[in-house]
Design a protein around this ligand. Structure first.
Ligand SMILES: Nc1nc2c(c(=O)[nH]1)N[C@H]1C(S)=C(S)[C@@H](COP(=O)(O)OP(=O)(O)OC[C@H]3O[C@@H](n4cnc5c(=O)[nH]c(N)nc54)[C@H](O)[C@@H]3O)O[C@H]1N2
Ligand SMILES: Nc1nc2c(c(=O)[nH]1)N[C@H]1C(S)=C(S)[C@@H](COP(=O)(O)OP(=O)(O)OC[C@H]3O[C@@H](n4cnc5c(=O)[nH]c(N)nc54)[C@H](O)[C@@H]3O)O[C@H]1N2
Ligand code: SF4
Ligand SMILES: [Mo]
Length: 669
């Protein structure tokens, strides 16, 4: 029996360190690594029995060629040579006939390793394929936060153990960020309070000292209402504001628009609660705000995040132990991404497409239609908005689709060629994190299963088959590490620790704001000249947007055991969630003829799907919540929740508006 250290590859802020026990090239058990300073030996319920995923009888182990109709899932086994030859010849022919921008790779975050997640870029850049911008997950949050703070760093997550007031703003941490919550529990023992601000009473809100329901998309108004009260009542730190922020006089003037009564009308939060919240925040010793990505997935998302991020500037929280705010820690990793991105290989400035609008990209590009689609680390048939249009696009006879996957997902069924992918236990990588500050190395724990190839090995092989001679298409994967981390060159100790599998920190984020903020002005920016240049209001603002048709606001957040459809592939996890469910207030249900829990139909102009209605007062009137994304086979009508979501973009960063849609519901006749 041998013991290996590896890293959980899933898209999750916690990036856990895993200890795997291996016997004769087989993983016997997986458990958390107690030596990891952030994850401290615990793995979540989704990953604790990871060998069920690695050895699932449903793993794809060989290349396949489609023999049935698209979407049917009928394939025959072929060799890697046949697969690579067919892909190379289809690519060459299409590039010759239609130009290289008829090729496009849809990328997801199924494997968060720095190398494997980005391994396709050199190939598609060299080819001159269309590029993508934005993603389904969090780009509006990145842009919004950066306008205020200047870089994607914030308070150290572990430091929440020293807070006296914890604001969880639009995050279901019990399910999606449990290791940080564990640090807050230490503060709770000392009497710290937790407030959850969320449109519905999720698992985390149920543990809060105070749960504040808010109308979806209205967070900026609540934050501005708090600022109004804090300024009016002298609950701000004038000396700090003077030294560390810019634009306070302009902000102060604009706060006249955010009287608590008006904020109540916008947000649904009673004026006295706005006041109480502002006073608690303004009087706390070291208040800490954890901002969730959920807040950002709406047409006001970027501005909401930018506005919430201003709050700590009023009270000096970033400079108090236990205080501040955290969006992501991604900026704590100085990495030379050019080493893996390789934009230098681009033959010219190629076309850029919005990744979130996959259906549109497949159906509506009239000047140069897409002809070859690659999918890596993603399951867009289920997880992309406007899923009906995505499916239509994938059914196009003239589209050549290649999917590299571990499982026969709903997306794989539309592929012409299917390529088997290794799991992270079978490949080398280096991991940063967006929820903590520690770098980790993952050596392969076992040999690849069947004929599976890692992303890096696939795109190296494909590059060679295309006749690409640049060094990246033959470089041993470990050589890349030295190019990715310039800090390793000068620091032998760091290099040695990394080689030996120690968790290392490249930047001490405790010092991130010691000399000010990394914005253009060097200060936390209440007023942002850059925003004005980019066409946004320069001050934090509650934006007006047009309402869609439909009588309930639909939220589609992660479920405890699923959402990321990776987990739906594991039988034991699938069985823990009962049915694809719509949580709805009993009065909203009753007024639509739904008297008790049961199957109903949710619909809007994009389509209709069946969901199990569960009547609960945890959901406010006017809102409905569908947790998780289910594999089609686990739904009554083989339709994904994203049939109902729109591919409209966020206000910033070309992100998805998955929490900004409207539906109606009816009983099934
Ligand atoms: N309705 C609704 N939709 C959503 C969301 C929502 O909140 N609501 N959230 C969005 C967000 S934030 C995200 S991140 C997405 C998640 O979207 P999903 O597409 O469900 O992402 P994952 O489950 O992380 O991974 C996708 C696939 O990557 C495969 N994979 C894993 N590792 C590798 C690898 O090394 N190589 C290759 N080739 N494949 C691999 C897995 O088997 C899996 O099938 O969903 C988005 N869609
Ligand atoms: N168990 C589990 N954990 C996961 C995942 C999973 O699928 N399951 N997915 C992983 C991935 S890819 C990601 S990106 C992260 C997801 O991270 P997040 O998107 O931050 O997801 P949650 O933490 O569940 O938080 C979503 C919360 O945001 C709330 N919300 C939605 N709209 C608004 C709004 O306008 N205002 C406010 N205040 N709140 C709003 C929702 O009601 C919900 O409670 O989690 C990761 N971790
Ligand atoms: S908490 Fe996140 S990183 Fe940790 S094991 Fe679970 S999915 Fe992986
Ligand atoms: Mo995500």
């Amino acid at each position: 029996m041998k013991t290996f250290k590896t890293v959980c590859p899933h898209d999750c802020p916690d990036t856990c360190s895993i200890i795997a026990q291996v016997e004769e090239d087989k993983v016997i058990s997986t458990k958390g690594d107690p030596a990891h300073p952030f994850t401290r030996g615990a793995l979540c319920a989704k990953v604790i029995r990871y060998s069920e995923r690695i050895y699932s009888p449903d793993r794809l182990l060989y290349p396949l060629r489609r023999v049935g109709a698209k979407g049917e899932g009928q394939f025959e086994r072929i060799t890697w040579d046949e697969a690579l030859d067919e892909i190379a010849s289809r690519l060459k022919q299409n590039v010759r006939d239609h130009g290289s921008e008829c090729v496009y790779c849809f990328q997801g975050s199924g494997n968060m390793g720095i190398i494997q997640m980005n391994a396709h870029f050199p190939f598609f850049h060299r080819l001159g394929a269309s590029r993508g911008r934005g993603n389904l997950c969090s780009p509006a949050a990145d842009v919004g936060w950066n306008y205020t703070i200047g870089a994607m760093v914030g308070s150290r997550p572990e430091s929440v153990k020293h807070t006296d007031l914890f604001l969880v703003w639009g995050s279901n941490m019990v399910s999606s960020n449990m290791h940080m919550l564990a640090f807050f529990k230490e503060a709770k023992k000392q009497g710290a309070q937790m407030i959850v601000i969320d449109p519905y009473k999720n698992r985390t809100a149920k543990q809060a000292d105070w749960y504040i329901p808010i109308r979806p998309g209205t967070d900026a108004a609540l934050a501005l209402g708090m600022m109004h009260v804090m300024v009016a009542e002298g609950l701000v730190d004038e000396a700090y504001i003077e030294k560390y922020t810019t634009g306070f006089p302009e902000l102060k003037e604009s706060l006249a628009d955010y009287l608590p009564n008006r904020v109540e009308q916008i947000t649904g939060v009673p004026a006295e609660d706005v006041q109480r919240l502002a006073r608690m925040y303004g009087q706390a010793r070291a208040p800490f705000i954890r901002i969730g990505i959920g807040v950002s997935r709406s047409r006001r998302g970027g501005m909401s995040i930018r506005t919430i991020a201003c709050l700590p500037g009023l009270v000096g929280a970033f400079h108090k132990q236990g205080g501040g705010a955290l969006m992501f820690t991604s900026g704590a990793f100085p990495i030379n991404m050019d080493a893996i991105d390789r934009s230098d290989l681009l033959p010219r400035e190629t076309r850029i497409l919005d990744n979130v609008r996959l259906g549109h990209n497949l159906m509506n590009l009239s000047d140069q239609p897409l002809k070859c689609l690659f999918v890596t680390g993603s399951n867009p048939v289920l997880t992309c908005p406007d899923a009906g249009l995505v499916r239509k696009g994938l059914l196009r006879d003239d589209l050549f689709t290649v999917v590299h996957e571990q499982f026969m997902t709903d997306t794989v069924k539309y592929a012409d060629i299917v390529l088997p992918a290794t799991t992270s236990f079978e490949s080398f990588d280096v991991f940063k994190s967006y929820g903590h500050t520690y770098m980790q190395k993952a050596e392969p724990v076992i040999s690849p299963m069947g004929e599976a190839k890692s992303n890096y090995d696939l795109y190296t092989a494909l590059g060679q088959r295309m006749g690409f001679t640049e060094d990246i298409f033959s470089k041993p994967i470990r050589d890349l590490v030295w190019e990715l981390f310039p800090s390793f060159h000068a620091n032998e100790q760091l290099r040695e620790d990394f080689q030996n599998g120690k968790t290392i920190e490249l930047i001490d984020i405790d010092k991130a704001f010691t000399d000010g903020f990394p914005t253009p002005s060097g200060k936390l920016e209440f007023y942002s000249a850059q925003m004005q240049k980019d066409g946004y209001p320069p001050l934090p603002t509650y934006l007006d947007v047009e309402e869609e048709v439909g009588d309930l606001h639909l939220l589609t957040p992660p479920a405890h055991f699923t959402l990321n459809t990776s987990f739906g592939g594991v039988k034991a996890l699938r069985e823990k969630e009962d049915n694809p469910t719509l949580l709805i207030h009993p009065a909203d249900a009753a007024s639509r003829g739904i008297e008790e829990d049961g199957w109903i139909e949710a619909y809007n102009e994009r389509g209709s799907i069946q969901l199990w209605a569960r009547l609960t007062e945890d959901i406010p009137l006017g809102t409905a919540v569908a947790e998780g994304v289910w594999w089609n086979r686990d739904t009554p009508d083989q339709k994904p929740i994203n049939l109902l979501t729109s591919d409209r973009l966020t206000d910033m960063g070309w992100g998805s508006t998955l929490h900004d849609n409207r539906i109606s519901v009816r009983t099934i006749k």
